[in-house]
Every structure is written in C-alpha cells, then in structure tokens.
Design a protein around this ligand. Structure first.
Ligand code: COS
Length: 383
C-alpha cells in the first residue's frame, strides 16, 4: 500500500528494512532464546541516525516527527519486537527531557542520545503503582545541592543497559499526583543500583530490570521543570509515545500476516494448498483488513500530534489500544494458520504471538486506555 511517503520518509523505511533483513532476522530467534540484549543492532540503528528522528536539529537530531518515528518503529517491529522495544524505550526515556528539560539539560543530554551513543529509559512503574501512576512511593527529599532518592522502580525497559534515566518520585507525598517530580539520573550515580534481569514470556531479548534507589544522590539541577510537575510530564510523555506502541503492534501484526500468507500458499492438505480453502482465505482477509485499519489509525494519531494539536490523549490512547488488540488477534490467527507447526519454535509466528502480548500491557494497559478515551469523550465530546 502506498502511504504517500516523501523521499526522506521512504528512505527511513528502506534503511529499517535493510537492517531487518540483514541484521535482525538472521539472529532474532537466538537472541530471544538466550535473552541476549541486541547491543550491536542498536549501535547500527544509531549509526543509521534513527535515534535522531524525533530530536530537534539544535540537539543533533533530524527534527522530524512522531510519524517518522512510527514508520521506523513499525519496520523494526516487523523484524523483532525486542529490538524495536529497546529502540522505542530510549525515545520514551528521553521524551521527558525534550518536553520539560531546560536548554542546559537538553544541550547536555540530547546529543549522545541522538547519536545512539547512549540509551535512555523511563522509570515510572513501581511494585505498588502500575496503572495508578499517581500512587508512586519513591521519595525525593531535597538536601542542600542534592535530592536524595529512596525507593524502587519495577519492570523498566532498558534498565541496566541505558545510561540516562528519567525517574518520577514524590517530592511532596501529601499532595498525591501533584506532589510528584521528574529527575534525570545517570547510571553510576551514588546509591543507584539495578535488580536482576526479568525472565519474560516475550520480548525476551529486551532488558527489563528493577531500579533501586538507596539514598541515591541526584544533583538538584537534574530536576525537570520544577517540583510538582512530574505527573503531568509523565502524562504528556505517554500521550506522545503511545502511537509508537501502536506502530510496534502494526509491525508485528504485518510480519505475522506475511508469514501466514506465504505459508498458506505452500502448505498442502487434501491435495490443495490451504490458501485455496475458504476458511483460511477469510482469516487472511480479516487479518489484512485489521492490520490496514490499525495502521491508518496509528498514522493518523502520529500526524495529529505532529500538526501541533494540543489535546491528543484520546487519539493516542485509541491508536495504542486498537493496534495492540489487533496485533494479539492477528498473531494468534497466524499461529492458527500454521497449525501444529505454528506452535513450534522453528517458525517465527510462535515468537510473534508471545511478543505481541506485552503491547496490550505496557505504556498503560488497554483497560487504562479505554478509561482515558471514555473520560475524555465524556468531558469534551467531539469539540
Ligand atoms: N495531559 C495533561 N494533563 C493530564 C493528563 C494528560 N494526558 N492526564 C491527566 N492529566 C491531569 C488531569 O487533568 C488532572 O489535573 P487536575 O488535578 O488539574 O484536574 C491530573 O492530571 C490528575 O489526573 P487524573 O485525576 O485523571 O489522574 P488519575 O490518578 O485518576 O490517573 C490515569 C489517570 C489512569 C490516566 C494515569 O494514572 C495513567 O495514565 N495510568 C497509566 C500509567 C501508565 O501508562 N503506566 C505504564 C508505565 S510507563 S511504560
């Protein structure tokens, strides 16, 4: 399908396709099986300037938008969701700096993140605060020139691998979500430690770790904006990043659809290829239609954000929720079309189905997305 991409956008897609074919597909099963973090591939992604996409030119970025990031994320997800997640998680980690950072903070941190020399991570979730983002317990107390952080973050993508972390902590717990603040932390800061790497169902090559703050000393100048703005920074970040989760979903669904389509044309039963059976044809038709609908919604959401529209929570949540539900359905149907072979690790659809599940959970469960959409709908209607 043509999406009227300009020359630059087509180039982004082509570069990603090449990385997928040459670097990702040959090793994705092994990375998954052995839980190997794809450092070399991420280096190559950096050398191909793909981390620069959403970063303004003054901080060594390319100044393109969420649409271009979504194109890159979708293509990388066609290859391997672990790689795409590690790539997208760095963007999620540095978005708070772009949204709320001072000129000095942006100049200090963004160039190395733009080149891919350093990776970022986003630290919001805690053992007792997942969907309830305002309920975080990590504390940040001001002590002279420092904030002292105590607490822990859970299931942090790129945890331990990233150099730069945007962390949300309570500076005034009595105020609830209005008492949260955001900080930039660097790996190696005193009192900043990592827990064990999690053993996951899917995206097994991505790194998910606990972050532990044990009287962690963070220079006071590393606060983003000012005290009390942390929850808002987190929400604004998620509003911008959720379409990229939708793009991950479109990519993995497209990959599963392609695998199922190709297999249906060679697998023979009852002396015919299974693509000649209506049962399979109708499944393929539904899968292709769903992927196309999800892609349209993701691209639309990304373009609305890039157009500068202010209230994007609803469309952003819709894109993430719809596309990830579709990815789960389409990858499950792909396994079904492969039959018993689909359940085996020799074929890639087994991994795609395991990987797809996380998309309905991270960056806000799809139940939370439905809450965000419904609340916005009831408050604002269609104005
Ligand atoms: N943009 C701007 N402001 C926002 C906002 C947004 N997207 N979402 C909420 N706010 C504001 C609200 O308007 C409200 O402001 P006032 O106090 O001035 O009225 C304030 O923030 C608190 O909002 P609300 O009362 O809706 O907060 P809740 O505690 O009920 O939580 C949800 C809202 C559930 C939407 C939020 O906690 C959430 O997004 N949870 C999921 C978190 C998540 O994605 N976790 C995954 C981890 S990241 S991988």
């Amino acid at each position: 399908m043509s999406y009227f991409l300009n020359e630059e956008q087509q180039m982004i897609v082509d570069i990603c396709k090449q990385i997928v074919e040459e670097r990702i597909k040959p090793v994705r099963a092994e990375l998954d099986e052995k839980e190997i973090f794809p450092s070399d591939i991420l280096k190559e992604i950096g050398q191909s300037d793909l981390f620069r996409l959403f970063i303004p030119e003054e901080y060594d970025g390319m100044g393109t938008g969420i649409f271009e990031v979504s194109l890159a994320t979708e293509e990388l997800s066609r290859g391997c969701l672990s790689v795409a997640t590690s790539y997208a998680a760095s963007g999620l980690g540095f978005l708070p700096i772009l949204i709320a950072g001072s000129e000095e903070q942006k100049k200090k941190y963004m160039p190395d993140l733009a080149s891919g020399k350093k990776l970022a991570a986003f630290g919001l979730t805690e053992p007792e605060a997942g969907s309830d983002a305002g309920g975080i317990k990590t504390k940040a107390e001001k002590n002279g020139e420092y904030y002292i952080l105590n607490g822990a973050k859970q299931w942090i993508t790129n945890g331990g691998e990233a150099d730069i972390y945007t962390i949300f902590a309570m500076t005034n717990p009595k105020k609830g979500s209005r008492g949260a603040s955001a900080f930039i932390l660097e790996k190696g800061m005193e009192g900043f430690e990592f827990g064990k790497k999690e053993n996951k169902m899917g995206i097994r090559a991505s790194a998910t770790r606990e972050l532990i703050f044990n009287n962690c000393k963070v220079p006071a100048e590393n606060i983003l904006s000012r005290e009390g703005t942390g929850f808002l920074i987190a929400m604004k970040t998620l509003d911008k990043s959720r379409p990229a989760v939708g793009a991950q979903a479109v990519g993995v669904a497209q990959a599963a659809l392609e695998e199922a389509l190709n297999y249906s044309k060679v697998r023979k039963q009852f002396n015919s290829t299974i693509s000649s059976f209506q049962a399979i044809r109708h499944m393929l038709a539904d899968m292709a239609t769903k992927v196309e609908a999800a892609r349209s919604l993701v691209y639309h959401a990304a373009k609305l954000i890039d157009s500068g529209q202010k209230n994007v929570s609803r469309i952003s949540a819709m894109a993430k929720m719809f596309a990830s539900d579709i990815a789960m359905q389409v990858t499950t149907d792909a396994v079904q079309i492969f039959g018993g072979y689909g359940y085996m690790k020799e074929y890639p659809v087994e991994k795609m189905m395991r990987d797809a599940k996380i998309l309905q959970i991270y960056e806000g469960t799809n139940q939370i997305q439905r809450d965000v959409i419904a609340l916005d709908l009831i408050k604002k209607g269609f104005n």
